[in-house]
Design a protein around this ligand. Structure first.
Ligand code: URA
Length: 248
């Protein structure tokens, strides 16, 4: 690798919060062996796992401002290369209700706000149906903070790389109830590949917080008959919040 390449790599590692580990690896194995491993792609035991823990640990200590800045500068997955803007999440940071979607679409990528397109209008109506309003006791976020190109679903790698950000948002918000909007949100929050239909109508848990699964608003726009089922889910969510002793 050239000197310029090494500098670029160091910059990226520093951006990801991995620079100290890079030093540790060099110290442990010596520059010659580190450079040999870099050239051959040979794994160095412990580095990969420690590196991931390090980034996650750093994110898990962040406050809101630092977290938002970290998301804005994130280059941890390929979505960072095609995004226009990151979409951090929006709403009441002390909300009882957390709605989690899949990932930004074109309009969200352009504006930096989640659920502002057609699906967002429907989400606002779904909120209104149970007397909720965007920004008032409600926070809205996504599984990934950058737009997957061509509106494809995020890959498991992209979701995994983004997960510490949502995990930290959940820790900071401490919602009483999480609503998973659609299969991608349910899969990633509940670590299951069960069908959405089989996950509806029961209470699940994520980090000790109750989770209710319903259809994604974009799916509802395409599949009108599912709206009646979504209405059942919303009523279930409202009843559940009642039993959780909401501060409303
Ligand atoms: N769909 C999502 O899942 N999230 C958004 O923010 C917009 C559309």
């Amino acid at each position: 690798m050239t000197a310029a390449g090494r500098t670029r790599r160091k910059d990226i590692l520093r951006e990801l919060g991995l620079a100290p580990l890079w030093r540790t690896r060099t110290e442990m194995h010596g520059r010659a062996s580190a450079e040999k491993a870099e050239a051959t792609g040979e794994p160095i035991p412990g580095l990969h796992v420690d590196a991931k823990e390090d980034r996650r640990t750093q994110i898990s200590r962040m406050g809101w401002d630092e977290l938002k800045a970290s998301v804005e500068g994130c280059i941890a997955c390929p979505l960072s290369q095609s995004r226009t803007r990151t979409v951090f999440g929006i709403g009441d940071r002390n909300a009882d209700w957390l709605y989690v979607g899949e990932g930004p679409g074109a309009q969200e990528d352009a504006t930096g706000e989640p659920f502002v397109g057609q699906a967002g209008k429907l989400l606002d109506n779904m909120l209104a149906a149970i007397d909720l309003k965007r920004g008032q006791n409600v926070y809205i976020a996504n599984i990934v903070k950058c737009r997957p190109p061509d509106n494809r679903a995020p890959t498991s790698h992209e979701a995994h790389q983004c997960e510490p950000y949502l995990a930290r948002q959940i820790e900071l918000i401490k919602p009483r109830l999480i609503i998973a909007l659609g299969k991608v949100a349910a899969e990633n929050l509940l670590h299951t590949d069960a069908s959405l239909g089989s996950l509806r109508g029961r209470l699940h848990q994520h980090s000790g917080i109750p989770v209710i699964v319903t259809y994604h608003p974009a799916y509802l726009l395409r599949t009108l008959p599912a709206k009646a089922k979504a209405w059942e889910d919303l009523c279930f969510a409202r009843r559940t919040m009642g039993t959780l002793g909401t501060s409303e």
